[in-house]
Design a protein around this ligand. Structure first.
Ligand SMILES: [Zn+2]
Length: 469
């Protein structure tokens, strides 16, 4: 049984989709005015592991929005003299490139704000008719004093409600709740606008998620996720907009991922501790190392990102890689070692139990490393053919859920290799020959050359094995 901590109650609750077959899941996507940073990517990796784990039990219908209109986008598109589409398109593309590098699966539906203006206009119209929205100047605002449940998600003190105080900006600091803008009249004639029955303008930021979530997933979603900094005001406002028009609960489970800190501090460009995925790749870290680090801390815990942590992730991945290599290439007797079979079964159970326990990814990785330790202690004599297939089958499951098993090209010296592979095999052959002739100066030289080409060789009683690093 899967338990997830629901922000509405603050406690872990058993999760099942309302129709018992399809999880209707919504996740707030990026605002595409820049490259996303690793704090954002932590959230998308957490959501990816969540969707992968949910997919092992049910069908998943996952919707993510792309915010391609907001204050920052408008300001920067005006500064650069581009229309908002030409300004945002490269950043949207870059976002999906980053996600692909981190093995983040694509949601079933990706919805851009600017392609859903009609749905947003309709929502504002309904809010106006029901008395939850009002006009001030040429803009339309949401009247939060009208919505009795306002503050339920963030557990706001109702006394802090600022009756009648309004906010125009798409983003604002955590402070007293105010009436927020639903439809903004342009301040600058260069701003893009759309025509609506209530006047020319453009949508406020909170509106898009309510409109698109309900369009694709219905009036009550099973699951809505995002980072903790979206709880107030963004998610609170999504609830107010949606429930005011439908009269039904908007979301059954709210699941929020904690922040990422860098060296114990909040990430900020001014502090020089601000990293995008591109920055880290340029420093020579692999995308899988970064994903491993992000997965290694459970989503509800703050993650302190350090370069030492990245190096540890590199070492952990190398341990996994070496394990898979040995497991795949060892010559084994037929049959089964019961002790290892039992350990494999226990690892499988511990892995599932950890993920079911509020997505405890560090516990799930722990189950993998415990098994590696046990197999390494039993190897080489202890491992048998059935154990190998049992463990390899399970590693495929681990990879489906966490996507952290390194892909690998490896081989025991083989005939008829082609291309780059042929050159490597030729070097490995020369290396083996030099060792046979006890010409260790030459074999060391070749080993070094192979190492520089990213290839590790190992001398085993089964012959010379090699793998890519
Ligand atoms: Zn949202």
């Amino acid at each position: 049984m899967l338990k997830l901590t629901n922000t509405l109650t603050g406690t872990p609750e058993t999760f099942t989709p309302q129709d018992n077959s399809t999880v209707r899941m919504y996740a707030c996507g990026p605002t595409v005015y820049n490259y996303v940073h690793i704090g954002n990517l932590r959230t998308y990796v957490f959501e990816d592991v969540l969707r992968r784990h949910l997919s092992s039990k049910w069908k998943v219908e996952h919707v993510m929005n792309i915010t391609d209109i907001d204050d920052k986008i408008i300001q920067r598109s005006i500064e650069t003299g581009k229309d908002i589409k030409s300004y945002t398109a490269p950043f949207t593309e870059a976002f999906f490139e980053d996600c692909a590098k981190l093995r983040i699966q694509k949601p079933e539906i990706i919805a851009s704000a600017t392609e859903h203006i009609d749905e947003m206009i309709e929502l504002v119209d309904r809010l106006l008719k029901k008395g939850y929205a009002y006009r001030e100047g040429d803009s339309i605002y949401y009247r939060i004093s009208q919505f009795g449940d306002y503050g339920r998600l963030s557990h706001l003190d109702k006394r802090e409600l600022k009756i009648g105080a309004r906010i125009d900006a798409d983003e604002y600091e955590k402070e007293q709740p105010r009436d927020f803008v639903l439809w903004k009249a342009p301040k600058d004639p260069k701003e893009p606008t759309w025509h609506a029955p209530f006047g020319e303008g453009r949508p406020g930021w909170h509106l898009e998620c309510s409109a698109m979530a309900m369009k694709y997933l219905g009036e009550t979603l099973d699951l809505h996720c995002g980072a903790v900094d979206l709880i107030f005001p963004h998610h609170e406002n999504e609830i107010a907009q949606s429930e005011a028009v439908t009269g039904h609960p908007f979301v059954r489970f709210w699941v929020h991922g904690e922040h990422l800190l860098v060296d114990g501090e909040k990430m900020a460009k001014s502090k020089g501790n601000f990293y995008t995925l591109r920055d880290l790749l340029e420093k020579g870290y692999g995308p899988l190392t970064i994903r491993y680090l992000l997965v290694s801390v459970r989503y509800r815990k703050q993650l302190n990102f350090t370069f030492e942590g990245l190096k540890e992730a590199e070492r952990a991945l190398d341990r996994i890689k070496e394990f898979v290599f040995q497991l795949s290439t060892a010559e084994l007797k037929a049959g089964r070692n019961d002790k290892i079979s039992t350990a494999t079964g226990a690892a499988r159970d511990a892995f599932e139990a950890a993920l079911d326990d509020d997505l405890n990814t560090s516990g799930a990785l722990g189950a993998l490393h415990t098994l590696i330790g046990e197999v390494n202690r039993a190897a080489p004599g202890g491992l048998q053919e059935d154990n190998r297939s049992g463990i390899l089958d399970w590693l495929r499951i681990v990879d489906e859920r966490l996507a952290i098993i390194p892909p690998m090209e490896h081989s025991v010296l083989q005939q008829g290799a082609a291309g780059d592979l042929q050159e490597i095999e030729e070097l490995v052959r020369k290396y083996t020959e030099a060792r046979r002739n006890r010409d260790f100066a030459l074999s060391d030289k070749i080993r070094k050359e192979l190492n520089e080409r990213g290839v590790l060789v190992q001398d085993t009683r089964e012959g010379t094995k090699w793998r890519r690093k």
